[in-house]
Design a protein around this ligand. Structure first.
Ligand SMILES: Nc1ncnc2c1ncn2[C@@H]1O[C@H](COP(=O)(O)OP(=O)(O)OP(=O)(O)O)[C@@H](O)[C@H]1O
Ligand SMILES: [Mg+2]
Length: 257
């Protein structure tokens, strides 16, 4: 079976700092993968390489079997038009939701669909409402972002990404800027997505989420995936002291309310 995402030998350097040193990662269709690792280990860089917000220095990435870029003289070359097309196939949600403040929730969720995908307003509205319903915010469609809680804004950002019908969703610490009591509602939305079979790669410090929701947990260290596997193995019986140290003090079993 073709993997939704297939990464081989991925390297990424920023001038003389090599952040990713040869990452191999498979994400099967419908799988939820959680990336863990200490600050600066390259989690965001890896996510940003998957949707080519950062151009890999070396290695190959396939999205549902399609090799991104073209091989030329032993290395990959990327053309902006191809990357733009690729980015429409991948949804990304960040720590800061970046909703347009002068647009209603509905307009925010319609914008990318009409501008980037060229959908009609009627179709975009229909899709937007479907996704707002999915994240439990259909009643806020006519509201402006300033009148929403942080958790609600983040759920709108998720609906906005979903409305583009992405093949894969990437989440980069989407709950870390939220007040603790708002974390649970966003994690619940992500849990629902995973149960619906959405393919997801999530960077999070919520170990409980990783334990309960991930099919696979990957621990990044020193530019490589140090351990990967089912959460019961990586989180409960890690093979390395590095992962044991990282997990020390975390409660594995708790999903925030
Ligand atoms: N655009 C950039 N230019 C130069 N260095 C960068 C750039 N982006 C990231 N880095 C460096 O790459 C390393 C990995 O950063 P990255 O943001 O991927 O880490 P992270 O695991 O996401 O950390 P955190 O948990 O703090 O978000 C860091 O040393 C960072 O300073
Ligand atoms: Mg990061």
């Amino acid at each position: 079976m073709t993997n939704a995402v297939e990464i081989r030998g991925l390297r990424k350097s920023f001038s003389d700092l090599e952040v990713l040193k040869g990452i191999d990662l498979d994400v099967a269709e419908g799988e939820a993968v959680v990336l863990l690792g200490s600050s600066g280990s390259g989690k965001s860089t890896l996510l940003r390489c998957i949707n080519f917000m950062e151009e890999p220095t070396a290695g190959q990435i396939r999205l549902n079997g399609d090799l991104i870029g073209t091989e030329q003289g032993g290395r990959m070359r990327y053309h902006e038009a191809d990357l733009c097309k690729l980015r429409t196939r991948i949804g990304m949600v960040f720590q800061h939701f970046n909703l347009f403040p002068h647009m209603t929730v509905l307009e925010n969720v319609m914008e990318g669909q009409t501008i980037v995908l060229g959908r009609s307003k009627a179709e975009a509205k229909d899709k937007a409402m479907t996704q707002l319903l999915r994240v439990g915010l259909e009643m806020k469609a006519e509201e402006y972002p300033a009148r929403l809680s942080g958790g609600q804004k983040q759920r709108v950002a998720i609906a906005r990404a979903l409305a583009m019908d992405p093949e894969v969703m990437l989440f980069d610490e989407v709950t870390s800027a939220l007040d603790p009591e708002l974390v649970g509602e966003v994690l619940k939305t992500m849990l629902q997505l995973a149960e619906d079979g959405m393919t997801m790669v999530c960077v999070t410090h919520e170990i409980g989420f990783a334990y309960h929701v991930a099919n696979k947990v990957c621990f990044l260290h020193d530019g490589l995936i140090l351990e990967q596997g089912a959460p019961q193995f990586v989180l409960q019986t890690p093979e390395t002291q590095r992962v044991r140290d990282f997990l020390a003090g975390h409660s594995l079993f708790k999903l925030p309310n």
